[in-house]
Design a protein around this ligand. Structure first.
Ligand SMILES: [Zn+2]
Length: 131
């Protein structure tokens, strides 16, 4: 039985990303912002103001290397080849789970999208070529 291949869709141009041509990434600066906000919550009384200014959850993006913003920011990259099949996606997820910041990110939404065939970043292919 052929392994099901997953699509990785570029946020920039909306086209699929081939192996070696792009990656999923999360900006580590956003992870650090969230963590420092959590530390503040432990020491100060929560106010509406502090809730409104909470940093948003760090989001995974998919980009072609050519479409990636080159802003010099520190990002954690996962090459698309590492999420191309279900076994690779599971292996990559297991590896990421060892990172202490990983649970703060929206990787769960990446997985849900992949399973539902309507993911914006990783998706099942609606039609598979006969092999
Ligand atoms: Zn692109």
């Amino acid at each position: 039985m052929a392994e099901e291949m997953l699509l990785v869709i570029c946020d920039g141009c909306g086209r699929p990303i081939d192996d070696g041509e792009g990656f999923l990434y999360v900006e580590l600066a956003k992870v650090r912002d969230l963590w420092s906000a959590k530390a503040d919550e432990d020491t100060t009384v929560l106010s509406l103001e502090s809730l409104m200014s909470r940093p948003t959850r760090p989001t995974w993006h998919a980009r072609h290397t050519a479409c990636a913003p080159d802003d010099g920011g520190d990002a954690y990259d996962v090459p698309v080849a590492q999420v191309r099949t279900w076994p690779r996606l599971a292996t990559t997820t297991a590896r990421l789970m060892s990172k202490n910041w990983f649970a703060s990110t929206d990787w769960n939404a990446v997985l849900e999208g992949a399973a539902s065939a309507c993911g914006r970043r990783v998706s099942r292919t609606a039609m598979r070529e006969a092999s």
